[in-house]
Design a protein around this ligand. Sequence first.
Ligand code: FAD
Length: 425
Amino acid sequence: CFCQLHGRIDDCSCSIDTVDYYNNVKIYPRLRSLLNKDYFRFYKVNLKRDCPFWADDSRCAIRYCHVETCQEDLIPSGLKGQAKQPAEKYKDEELNCKDDYNAELGYLNTTISKRAREEFAIWTTYDNAQENFCLIDENDSDAEYVDLLLNPERYTGYKGFSAHRIWNSIYMENCFKPRNSFHTYIQSETLNHMCLEKRAFYRAISGLHSSINIHLSAKYLLSDKSELGIDNKGKWGPNIDEFIRRFSSETTNGEGPNWLKNLYFIYLLELRALAKASPYLAREEYYTGNEGEDWDTKLAVKDLLGIIKSFPEHFDETNMFIGGEPAKKLKEEFKHHFRNISVIMDCVGCDKCKLWGKLQVQGLGTALKILFSGMFDENVPELYINSKNKRDFQLERTEIVALVNSFGRLSTSIYELDEFRHILR
Ligand code: FAD
């Protein structure tokens, strides 16, 4: 069967079977329960920002594109800023940097004026923002909380010109596409001639695309009961024909199985980011104002991180962006393309798709920041060290929520893919 994948995942040392086992048995059940917690359930996002690239082709009128708004009293007080916000910074004693930083920074602190120090602080904040792969909605006054459990990602009916324009501009303009390539996607042979970083970029986006399309096939609208006059809700479930149409070799010029493999690639990339940031994530408070639940969330996160760290063959990001000036330039280009994709999400013409598209792109952007900014490296750059010789930066709450939820989406896709395999068998 085209979806019975085996062997090594491209550009990784790990096998498909290992991921299937680890995900379906260990990671997926834990994530399912974790993502029900209030901290991860409410996501702050601006769905009203104008599309800067083309005149918006209308707000979509499809009813399944509608996003249910959050009841104000359901949003935890801690998230609304009505209670103390613990600002946990990175305090990993084991990862402290060399002693000479202390001496150097101590010298700086006594010699530079207060004003200069303030300017330095502003500049550092600005510079930290430079590491972001996405624009962040956390402090955007038009951003609102959305209850993700009320708005599951599933088939909405969004398709045709508007959906294709988004995917086209992502692949054709922002995916390091070779010049003479006329398909939306990059063919496997062409991909093999590209450098690792460009391949990784394409694979991550294609894997995200596969994940979205697996979800909509697994939670397809099987019957619209409201049209039958029964009630307001439809019946959702797996649509095997839809899945075959999207991924079989026959209907995709042989590319479908590669697109499915790309799902495993992006999964490993985000898994590695979570493992790399685990000392930081284990120290977070997961504060919502409800002491009991916050404690449970913290324990559940630690349990998940323990499993993730024990994963046998992690993605190795240290092979990427090495080699002086050209590598630095490539990284900037990589970041620029990714930021563009995050802005393109404002052009998605279906609010529900936009919500999940934004969340997943932000989650991937956070993973890339963890892997490539240097902030989470063992030898952290001087820029992120404060006068007490400690790492001095934070992930925004929205970045953590997006990262864990987007990893939850990928984990669910791998689980759903296995269910399709069972049906096809
Ligand atoms: P599309 O999925 O639109 O793909 C366009 C072309 O891209 C294909 O013809 C093929 O050449 C190529 N392609 C397809 N898959 C891959 C891949 N994995 N890697 C590389 N190339 C590929 N619809 C919903 O019902 N629910 C949702 O939640 C939802 N969320 C969306 C979020 C975003 C950000 C976008 C842009 C679209 C979303 N959609 C959603 C729409 C959905 O993704 C499809 O665009 C739509 O169903 C039309 O599908 P299609 O068969 O025409 O091909």
